[in-house]
Ligand binder design. Sequence first.
Ligand code: TXA
Ligand code: MG
Length: 363
Amino acid sequence: MTTMDQNKIHTQYLIVDPKQPEPEKIAAAGAVIRQGGLVGFPTETVYGLGANAWDKEAVARIFQAKGRPGDNPLIVHVADPATVRELAADLPPLGEELISRFWPGPLTLILPRQARVPDEVTAGLDTVAVRMPDHLVALALIKAAGVPIAAPSANLSGRPSPTEAGHVLADMNGRVEVILDGGQTGVGVESTVLDLTASVPSILRPGGVTAEALAEIIGRVAVDPNAEGMDAAEISATPRSPGMKYAHYAPQAPVILVEGEESRVVDYILAMKRHYQQSGQKVAILACRETADVYLDNQPPAWLEVLGKRDDLSTVASRLYQALRACDTAKADVILAEGFSDREIGAAVMNRLRRAAGDIVRV
Ligand code: TXA
Ligand code: MG
């Protein structure tokens, strides 16, 4: 099926109750998955774009719908830990421990694959990524489908991930059969991807389960150097997690990320704001609650997003992607973003901001 054909799909938009998903809506969406269709659905992190993980043609359609490079593998979503055995050839004791502590939740485990997992899912790797989402709609959908669901984030490739169904509709209307609208997602950034096939468990992507929380169980946890949030050009040609090498999470306008001591960050952003405004450009600013008002001077920016209090990193994470999309809606020419702390879920926030940024300034 060509992209042209996919554009002709009628997308059914169903509002579901995130606390008590209506069984008939979930059954309809589950049947679409079973029959090889695509369904956008909420998880606790971001919206996913799901297909039957056993059906390689359905999985191939995900890549077409997103414009995703074929060498970037997908996460398989399960509704119960027992299903991991159908997908993974081995589950080490540490994996079982992590599952009992963090599932359902935003932790994806990389495990050796079973041969029957299609190459389309794993991009031909000898490993498979698995997670059990902590969202009643996602869990009900997987159960109704009766198959594990392969799902990347439900954005067009390279764009910010969707944290509400409207974002999915904006990117996927006409490309998928069903979008389940279960409201806003909670965590707001994607799951942590943890490689359990390396000699030391290694974080390939920081996410909803923090390195600090993992270290309590694992003791030693490595962070893959490619996961540290360098911009795309700095990432090695063959990273462990193929997704690392692509530009990501980016709004249309270029993002300039300013990191450093707070007063210097504010001064630098104010100076850049004036510079761009003088040349007639629309400036958007992403700031913390504490500094935001400073930017509302006699020449306020075209758009100001307050992500949250500087230390309330969970709130910052939950607002990040909608903030990046809002800058596009405001038709900003340039986005100036304050840096946040790298600790706890701040690691995921900064990873995404650094990946989205064309320029990182350290002041
Ligand atoms: O929170 C999430 O993880 C969301 C929701 C929908 O579950 N999903 C998500 O999927 O973020 P996606 O496709 O946008 O990101 C999956 C990441 C990519 O960086 C990919 O390269 C990596 O997981 N990955 C998948 N399978 C892998 C494997 N076998 N080995 C290493 N990395 C893998
Ligand atoms: Mg993604």
